[in-house]
Design a protein around this ligand. Structure first.
Ligand SMILES: [Mg+2]
Length: 356
């Protein structure tokens, strides 16, 4: 594997875990609460308030988002990444094993799907049935939170086959087409970034073409497009934002939030904080606008809302863009159980080794 890809993969895997572990301090808070609880901004694991929710994790410990990300990743490393090798039943079993062993932080929909008595025999049917029972309205971020792991699929060999795999893994638990769309865009952007292609708007465009060729729901595709535009359009105002950061470096990221469009995503107020499009957009916003890993991650986390999940996706994309060496060392070293990340990374070397 080229050293650049290895470096960016390390960024992706560690970035996911860091964003998740740091974001847990912001989960379920409004942006207003975040400013009250963390007047200096949340930027260290040790700052995280030991509330009844966040207190169930140690400082620096990742949550369900990265557990499921690793379940997918480790399954792919065992089975192979080609469409015919990916073992969906094995991924479903790993989700269930994690739930039995730990289960902390699991989302409502994922919980009812995984605990259904027929889940292991027919996960796709169960996920669809439960989504339909909820009036087909529910499109939470429980699949997009784990999807950056699919950057390692062989996209360059067969784009549509990789896209089908993304969809199949999403639909193990989440049947709504908005979930599949957000997973496809996020996975493909992650795949491009890992391979050194930083043209995020271009990657989104190609993912949209790919989703249509896959036959994904068109109305959900239009909604995806509008969220992508909302996430990326702040670019127009970037010059102004940078000017403001110059005035107040310590609080710079808050000012930049106002001027570069993160506020439009309403991460920490209003209903639907765990909406899959919102999480995808937070990741795209961060990876596209940031000047560094921290510069993208901190405003996302400090916006509150579903901050660990938004942080996980933003962290993965930012890590893929800035690479392992772009991650602040204290966040890398403060992670609990990081040996598991290193073990997965070591096994990834041969997987992507023959692709370029
Ligand atoms: Mg979580």
């Amino acid at each position: 594997m080229s050293p650049i890809i290895a470096e960016r993969l390390r960024g992706l895997v560690y970035g996911q875990a860091i964003g998740d572990a740091l974001g847990v301090g912001g989960e379920f808070h409004s942006a207003h609460d975040m400013r009250r609880i963390y007047p200096e901004g949340l930027s260290e694991y040790e700052q995280i308030r030991r509330s009844s929710h966040a207190g169930v994790w140690k400082p620096g410990e990742w949550t369900d988002d990265t557990e499921q990300f690793l379940a997918v990743l480790e399954s792919l490393l065992d089975s192979g990444v080609a469409e015919g090798d990916v073992d969906l039943g094995d991924i479903a079993r790993r989700f269930r094993q994690w739930l039995a062993r730990d289960g902390r932080g699991i989302g409502n929909l994922t919980f009812v799907v995984l605990t259904h008595e027929c889940f292991l025999e027919a996960p796709h049917e169960i996920a669809r049935q439960l989504w339909e029972q909820r009036g087909r309205r529910s499109a939470p971020n429980g699949a997009v939170m784990r999807t950056a792991s699919l950057a390692i699929l062989p996209w360059e060999r067969d784009l549509q086959a990789a896209a089908r795999t993304v969809r199949a893994i999403c639909e193990l638990t989440h049947a709504d087409p908005r979930c599949a769309w957000s997973c496809l865009v996020t996975s493909f952007v992650a795949a491009c970034l890992v391979r050194g292609d930083d043209d995020i708007p271009g990657a989104c465009e190609r993912a949209m073409v790919c989703g249509r060729a896959l036959g994904l729901d068109e109305a959900a595709g239009e909604e995806t497009r509008s969220w992508i535009e909302m996430a990326l359009c702040g670019e127009r105002r970037k010059g102004r934002a940078i000017k403001f950061i110059g005035h107040d470096p310590g609080r710079g990221y808050c000012l930049k939030t106002l001027y570069a469009g993160l506020g439009d995503l309403s991460l920490g107020h209003g209903p639907g904080q765990g909406y899959t499009m919102r999480t995808m957009a937070a990741g795209l916003w961060a990876a596209w606008h940031a000047e560094s890993f921290a510069d993208g991650l901190l405003p996302v986390i400090n916006s509150g809302g579903d901050a660990d999940t938004n942080g996980a996706v933003a962290g993965a994309l930012l890590g893929a863009r800035f690479g392992g060496s772009g991650l602040p060392l204290r966040w890398v070293e403060g992670l609990v159980n990081r040996e598991r990340l290193d073990a997965a990374l070591q096994r990834m070397q041969p997987v992507l080794g023959n692709e370029r």
